[in-house]
Ligand binder design. Structure first.
Ligand SMILES: Nc1ncnc2c1ncn2[C@@H]1O[C@H](COP(=O)(O)OP(=O)(O)OP(=O)(O)O)[C@@H](O)[C@H]1O
Ligand SMILES: [Mg+2]
Length: 257
């Protein structure tokens, strides 16, 4: 067994009287897509917020490559190689694709022009952006100078995923990336998810869309009422099983094949 790239042990998060997470374990390996499914309020977003440094868990531990980490803010998780694409897209519509990819990580010109005058090395950013886009196979993005506001919803999502993939290094977490997308755009994002996995990244995909989940996931972590109800795979369980476990109609054991 290889060391998981990301692991959570016994995560607890309580909001007043609401138990958001009730001692949740999660394991993610490099080069796999782990889907996280569950009904509304099951704790999916709370779980990934803890893994991405947006929330600090009350109890439990998080390990990256087997070493325990303490994320106090999202930048801590990013520094550890964990990039998150939130449901509400963090892209700047008026900026071009290259600027969006390098948002908050702009490359400065070398020497005093960059260090003192804070001048940007736009040429270098465009070159690297074109490289990332090509490497990720986002073939529908033809012009790196195009403003993101002129892109389709799926292409915008692709830019956000590319941004995460370009800098993530180890793990990319996507919270409902295809919720608002059409069939073709959803296909593009799912292709990107597979590309990231094939490059050896670990991908966590939160989705309510069972066909999508069963299409791309290697394993499926099921959340129910703040707790983990088990982990299944598309090979051993059906969509019907997944929904039954999610809603409590069946337990993991009763669906074992
Ligand atoms: N900041 C908060 N304050 C109070 N309660 C919260 C907060 N965040 C989450 N909760 C509660 O924790 C529980 C889990 O919420 P969470 O957002 O993780 O669910 P989810 O699985 O992502 O649901 P959805 O599918 O609707 O996005 C819910 O009961 C929710 O009301
Ligand atoms: Mg949510």
């Amino acid at each position: 067994m290889t060391t998981p790239v990301l692991q959570a042990k016994g995560l607890v998060k309580v909001f007043g009287r609401v138990v958001g997470l009730d001692s949740v374990d999660l394991t993610l390996h490099a080069g796999e897509v782990l889907a996280v499914i569950g009904d509304n309020g099951a704790g999916k977003s709370t779980l990934i917020k803890c893994l991405s440094g947006a929330l600090v868990p009350d109890e439990g531990s998080i390990l990256v490559d087997g070493a325990e980490v303490q994320f106090k803010r999202p930048q801590d998780a990013r520094d550890a190689g964990i990039e998150t694409v939130y449901q509400t897209l963090a892209v700047a519509p008026a900026l071009d694709i290259a600027s969006n990819l390098f948002l908050a990580r702009e490359i400065r010109r070398k020497g005093p022009l960059g260090s003192i005058l804070r001048m940007l090395d736009t040429g270098e950013m465009k070159r690297q952006a074109a490289d990332h886009v090509k490497r990720l196979g986002i073939s529908t993005l033809q012009n790196i100078n195009q403003a993101v506001e002129t892109l389709s919803g799926g292409q915008r999502q692709a830019v956000a995923v590319a941004r995460a993939g370009a800098f993530g290094g180890k793990v990319v977490i996507l919270d409902e990336p295809t919720a608002a997308l059409g069939v073709r755009e959803t296909g593009q994002v799912l292709k990107l998810v597979r590309d990231l996995r094939d490059q050896g990244l670990g991908v966590i995909l939160i989705s309510h869309n069972m066909p999508n989940v069963f299409e791309v996931a290697d394993r499926i972590h099921i959340q129910r009422l703040g707790a983990s109800a088990g982990v299944i795979t598309p090979a051993t369980h059906s969509m019907e099983d997944a929904v039954a476990i999610m809603t409590g109609a069946r337990t993991l054991d009763s669906t074992a094949h």
